[in-house]
Design a protein around this ligand. Structure first.
Ligand code: COA
Length: 191
């Protein structure tokens, strides 16, 4: 059951995106941040994330200027992860997109792609942004953005140490007009 007392902000086809708040801080959420599988493509940690740090991070969100939303699914609005627009530049009308689905049991259900599509549409249609970018060594993330029409802009060669081997990090971007041309109406949030 969802602890959130917040309103639904964006509706995708299968996900709802809602503000992330103190009520979302839970043992389950904390375990995502210390789970080696969830961290696999984000980088291992030398030190664990503690409950106190998680509470501080969530409490500091309003002051940071990033758009951080909880991804929720199902009738009970289960919190499965977060998606965000970071480094928002109002001058250049650009931002970086990042996503973490911590609930491993729902990986591969299409929620990641739906959340990315929903936030992409919001960024261009409502926030008036011109460009989004993202980068990841995660094949799942890279497959999702490619399928959604994001353009491959480059490769940070061997920039990520994965299981003792250096892996490439793929860099992606999409412009508002490209998203429009790719059929934003089909992949965007429900009205
Ligand atoms: C990456 C992540 C967001 C993907 O979310 P998801 O809900 O599992 O992905 P989806 O189900 O929407 O799948 C999107 C596409 O990627 C493909 N895909 C998913 N996992 C994959 C994998 N491990 N390898 C290759 N392709 C994969 C899917 O097949 C799908 O393509 P399809 O529709 O043609 O079948 C999620 O796994 C995650 O948050 N992982 C941990 C944190 C992380 O690494 N984040 C990325 C760094 S920014």
């Amino acid at each position: 059951m969802s602890n959130s007392q917040e309103a639904v902000f964006l509706r995708g086809r299968s996900v709802e995106l809602m503000p992330l708040g103190a009520a979302d801080v839970s043992q389950v959420y904390l375990e995502w941040l210390n789970d080696k599988d969830v961290l696999r493509y984000r980088g291992p940690k030398s030190f664990p994330t503690t409950m106190a740090q998680l509470k501080d991070w969530v409490a500091g969100l309003p002051a940071r200027g990033d758009l951080v939303l909880a991804i929720r699914v199902g009738g009970e609005r289960k919190h499965i992860g977060n998606i965000s627009l970071n480094d928002i530049s109002w001058g250049h009308r650009s931002a970086d997109l990042a996503i973490m689905i911590g609930a491993k049991d729902v990986w591969g259900h299409g929620y990641g792609a739906d959340a990315i599509a929903t936030l992409t549409t919001h960024a261009f249609r409502t926030m008036g942004l011109h460009r989004l970018s993202a980068q990841s060594p995660n094949p799942g993330f890279n497959a999702a953005v490619k399928k959604l029409g994001w353009r491959h802009e480059g490769t940070r060669r061997e920039a990520f140490l994965l299981d003792g081997e250096f892996a490439d990090v793929d860099c992606w971007g999409i412009l508002a007009r490209e998203w429009q041309a790719a059929g934003a109406a089909e992949s965007g949030p429900r009205a």
